[in-house]
Design a protein around this ligand. Structure first.
Ligand code: C5P
Length: 346
């Protein structure tokens, strides 16, 4: 296997998700909940650049687009992208520390699986950089070990998720849907929202054998009809998220009043996802809500989009097994905008 040369780098991109449907069953013995969910990948992205570490240990750098607040992103071994790279190295017997640069476009702790997207992008980037070429199925198995939403960030598009959300079946869609995402300055912890769900339902959960809501979502997706999809959106975790963050009710109401076809809490929240009739309607809706929430907290996006994929591979000067040298393209990546955090800043 050719070893990557100093200067070699791969940048991979993975999408945010919104849950079009989220039905939550009772808590399992392992603490997780079985789900019946429909994920849609949205055009808010995480870009992860993996390169051979310049020092003995890998460093993590995090930057954000559009005012994304990255101050709560861990820079140590608990970061899901770092865990993804370590898991891939361990399973493939690959050595060598990597520097990771996470460029975040997905709200942090927003219920849109930004951390999971980092892990998916890191798996794809490291797999390409190290030349381990595991393929989607094997990467998917590693993804499921890393977190319930990581396999979907890898696969992207629109899919039904069962189990913890890690078992995926693609869903046919005939249209691109337009979304407005209203993020919250305060994050919600996913385990806390599931605990609140258990408390509110008395450890009950909903009947995952009841597929009527799933059929309604699938029908709307096949028809490509935003009004139909809006009527079919449903999230069992909404009540728990609203119980912990009551201000979300006002955000949803403001979205509906400003012309959204539907408002739903995204995953475990606190991001509120508003479905719009068209890209133009989404832009109008975002403009109306920006006055109330501030530009940093209102974004437009569309879906479905692709799952994790390589954006750019820079081979620099690659040294092959035979020691041959091969000049690759120059690194054309521009320096990232602020805000920026690096390990050692705090
Ligand atoms: O799998 P992941 O690490 O993303 O899950 C974070 C937490 O969310 C879990 O520890 C669990 O508390 C909760 N969770 C759950 N059921 C799921 C997915 C997540 O209870 N299907």
């Amino acid at each position: 296997m050719p070893s990557p040369a100093p200067g070699a780098a791969v940048t991979a991109r993975a999408p945010a998700k919104v849950n079009l449907l989220l039905q939550v069953g009772p808590r399992r013995d392992d603490g997780y909940h079985d789900l019946l969910t429909v994920f849609q990948a949205l055009s808010l992205h995480e870009d992860v650049r993996a390169s051979l570490a310049e020092g003995p240990a890998g460093r993590v750098r995090v930057t954000g687009t559009d005012g994304t607040d990255v101050s709560r992103v861990p820079l140590d071994g608990s970061n899901l992208a770092v865990r993804a790279v370590r898991l891939l190295a361990e399973r493939t017997g690959t050595g060598g520390a990597l520097d990771l640069h996470l460029h975040k476009g997905v709200p942090v702790a927003g219920g849109m699986a930004g951390g999971s997207a980092d892990a998916a992008a890191a798996l794809v980037a490291a797999d390409a950089l190290w030349g381990t070429h595991l393929g989607l199925e094997q990467l998917g198995e590693l993804a499921a070990e890393l977190g319930s939403d990581v396999p979907f960030a890898l696969h992207g598009r629109t899919a039904v998720g069962t189990g913890r959300g890690e078992r995926l079946v693609p869903v046919m869609t005939t249209a691109t849907f337009s979304w407005v995402l209203v993020t919250s300055p305060v994050g919600l912890s996913t385990p806390a929202v599931f605990r609140e769900f258990d408390r509110l339902t008395g450890d009950g959960g909903s009947d995952l054998g009841d597929v009527r809501r799933l059929r309604a979502v699938e029908t709307a997706l096949r028809a490509g009809d935003p009004a139909q999809l809006g009527a079919a959106l449903h999230n069992d975790l909404a009540e728990a998220a609203l119980s912990l963050a009551p201000h979300l009710a006002g955000t949803m109401e403001a979205g509906r009043a400003a012309g959204a076809m539907a408002a739903v809490v995204s995953g475990s929240g606190p991001t509120v996802a508003l479905l719009a009739e068209s890209p133009a309607a989404a832009a109008d809706l975002a403009a109306a809500l920006t006055d109330r929430h501030g530009a940093q907290h209102v974004r437009t996006a569309s879906g479905p989009v692709l799952g994790a994929h390589v954006l750019e591979a820079v081979r620099a000067t690659a040294v092959t097994d035979q020691g041959a040298r091969d000049a690759g393209p120059a690194d054309v990546r521009t320096s990232p905008p602020a805000p920026e955090r690096s390990e050692g800043d705090d």
